[in-house]
Design a protein around this ligand. Structure first.
Ligand SMILES: Nc1ncnc2c1ncn2[C@@H]1O[C@H](COP(=O)(O)OP(=O)(O)O)[C@@H](O)[C@H]1O
Ligand SMILES: [Mg+2]
Length: 237
């Protein structure tokens, strides 16, 4: 196994006195798509938020390229190349699509922003057509594309995706799956939370399961040959 891109070790996160992560450990390999599974409230979003700095871990380490990100501020972690597409998407509804996208280029001081923007438009022709529209006038699926496109504008080393198919129609789920195939082809490393197991297993190379604040299961998606029942039991029982 090559050296992982990111190594999470013994991560603890609590909200007040309520522990959510209680020693979670896992690796993310460069170029893979890893899916984080777990029941509602098991701490999937909390894990992504701890990695990108939106919540502060009480202990543990998050090593990326020789730096420990645990406890750094979100803008510092973004500078290290971690971009999150959060569950709420966090777009500026009144800004044009193009302006929401350009905001993502700030990590790199706007360097090559025009070129990167054209690459995002190549990936999302729907956004190219709507570049001058106010973002609030787009459908939910198109807004999800803006959120992903904005994260890609930073050319992240690690892309965190929190339920990318959340609230979207089956057609958009398929589009998201195809998009993720394209990102993988281009070598983008992804850590994804996804409740839609069809999409989760379609897009992921590997999965891990979070329960009681720990990683309790994990494996290679292809090696399962479509037999997901045992994992689903492990998530929900
Ligand atoms: N900011 C917060 N303050 C207090 N409790 C929170 C906060 N965010 C999440 N929680 C609680 O922590 C638990 C894990 O939440 P979350 O990580 O969002 O779960 P998941 O994404 O796996 O559904 C839930 O019980 C949730 O209610
Ligand atoms: Mg969540």
């Amino acid at each position: 196994m090559p050296e992982p891109l990111m190594t999470v070790r013994d991560l603890h996160v609590a909200y007040g006195k309520k522990p959510i992560l209680r020693g979670a450990s896992f690796d993310v390999q460069a170029g893979e798509c890893l899916t984080l599974l777990g029941a509602n409230g098991s701490g999937k979003s909390t894990s992504l938020n701890a990695i990108c700095g939106f919540v502060r871990p009480s202990s543990g380490s998050i090593l990326l390229g020789g730096h420990d990100l645990a406890g750094l501020a979100p803008h510092q972690i973004f500078q290290h190349g971690v971009a999150q597409v959060s569950q709420k998407r966090d777009l500026f509804p009144d800004l044009m699509v193009a302006d929401n996208l350009r905001l993502g280029a700030m990590r790199r001081g706007g360097k090559d922003a025009a070129q990167t923007l054209e690459q995002v438009y190549d990936r999302f022709p729907r956004l190219a057509e709507r570049r001058k529209q106010a973002t609030r006038t787009l459908s939910g699926g198109e807004q999800q594309m803006v959120a992903i496109g904005r994260a890609l504008m930073s050319r992240p080393r690690l892309l965190l995706l929190d339920e990318p198919s959340g609230g979207l129609s089956p057609e958009f789920c398929e589009e998201i799956a195809q998009l993720m195939d394209g990102l993988k082809t281009d070598g983008v490393t992804m850590l994804m939370v996804e409740q839609n197991l069809k999409l989760a297993f379609r897009a992921a190379d590997r999965f891990i399961v979070l329960r009681d604040g720990l990683v309790v299961d994990g494996g290679n998606v292809k090696a399962m040959e479509g037999n997901h029942d045992a994992i689903i039991k492990n998530i929900y029982l």
